[in-house]
Design a protein around this ligand. Sequence first.
Ligand code: FAD
Ligand code: NAD
Length: 520
Amino acid sequence: MLNVPSQSFPAPSSQQRAASGGRSKVPLKQGRSLMDWIRLTKSGKDLTGLKGRLIEVTEEELKKHNTKNDCWICIRGLVYNVSPYMEYHPGGEDELMRAAGSDGTDLFDQVHRWVNYESMLRECLVGRMAVKPAVPKDCREEKKVLNGMLPKSQVTGMLAKESPVSPSYDWFQTDSSVTIVIYTKQKDINLESVIVDHQFDTFRAETIIKDYSYLVHVGLSHEIQEDFSVRVVKNVGKIEIVLKKKENTSWECLGRPLENHNLLILKKDTGLYYRKCQLISKETVTHDVKFFCLMLPRSTHLQVPVGQHVYLKLTITGTEIVKPYTPVPDSLFSEFKEPVLPNNKYIYFLIKIYPAGLFTPQLDHLQIGDFVSVSSPEGNFKISQFQELEDFFLLAAGTGFTPMVKVLNYALNNVPSLRKVKLMFFNKTEDDIIWRSQLEKLSFKDKRFDVEFVLSAPTSEWNGKTGYISSGLLSEFLKRSSDRSKVLICVCGPMPFTEQGIRVLHDLNFSKDEVHSFTG
Ligand code: FAD
Ligand code: NAD
């Protein structure tokens, strides 16, 4: 077994960490941007030193390549020569060197499981490990059992002790429909708990249960229509997916099992699944923020839970680039109800366009009708954090406002114990404030809600609060409605903002349980 060091990757101070959650980055050398890297990979230069040959790499061989000029790293069984990439890595050389000559899968997953290394490092591929590194064997196997439960041993063998009881599924049919029933054996499921996609004959229903994912994944035996319905029977933890047959024939079986079918596996061990969504509209919000509306395919059921984000994927000069974004409702005033089809077919984003950025200018160049790939949701915010909540404080900076929109909306509409919600919104200038008039209207309309704007680079006309996040600004703002009131404080913005915010909150004696930071 390859031995992977367990230290945090990247280091807390590294620029890659800043890159994943914030904009403060240590500049790379001139000519070493991600775009320059993409150009180099397309130049036809031999980046592995093996002239395009792929080899089988033994552990002994891998270990030998552990210097900056000769650095091989294994990720999920594939070995890359990352030396040519060193100077282009946003996290810096030291960060990559932590995994030099070893299996970097765990280190990689800790921070950016979502980064498309396969695409980014394609030209650096040396070959495959001769002995496969630590991928649980069961996860890769196709299971032959359909229309029934797997033997318990196959399901639970790879799970941790605290794993939920394994779900099972069944199916039945009428002349015109096929109903797939997933028995989750959980009470707290809802329409967000299941994500359904079908494309051609492939059907995929992923049920999220805590940190686990249960998949019904089959190549259907017969054709079905594009749309289908999903119903959740909460009190018994049952999910019903009703598919419409294309022809009224009787099906002998549901289909053939595909990868990870009928398995309960840790979410972190599954890859991200993407579907193509169409750009429906793009509107200007501020001088650099735009409101994007994407439409999910009819053959997808997906609702992004409160506090979670998705990944958008575009192919830029032949390389797949992925970045995280947080969906928002279409306005601050959207009543927070469980969306009913077909309204939940749209997914909205507030996205800041960075002229010198890699991804957002490409996104901005998309025409109405073009497609973007959207992943399934991720994130560690838990609705249970709202239980008995009385005082809710939101500290947002710039586009760090985006995760606040849904949590704010949810709290105001679904938390009966709530007494007040206060947003402190940090921006550089007045022109940068997203949805300012909506926020002001909401505070007028709902007496529990208050908003305060703080500017770090105001004009001389500004007579509101100024500066960066500090205890001076927060101590008064974060007053509890009573000594023992239940408090939650959400923080999101550039990484230095979030880190500074957390330090201040600690100094002000708020406990870890009372603070949630959105960092991705
Ligand atoms: P990048 O290429 O990352 O560049 C951004 C800026 O940094 C540019 O000005 C560029 O010149 C500069 N820069 C890049 N690299 C360096 C470097 N090495 N040194 C110095 N400067 C550098 N953003 C939103 O707008 N809306 C959202 O809803 C949203 N949700 C998010 C959710 C999560 C969980 C996370 C982690 C981030 C979220 N973001 C969101 C940020 C988003 O993921 C991207 O980081 C952002 O859109 C910038 O991407 P880009 O590729 O266009 O820019
Ligand atoms: P920005 O550069 O416009 O800055 C907004 C405000 O952040 C500033 O006015 C200031 O008050 C504060 N700030 C900036 N740098 C600071 C520093 N060094 N120390 C203390 N405070 C500082 O912000 P932006 O360009 O809109 O960037 C928003 C950031 O939020 C991005 O980095 C993005 O990745 C992040 N984001 C994260 C998530 C998430 O993790 N879920 C979601 C959305 C956005």
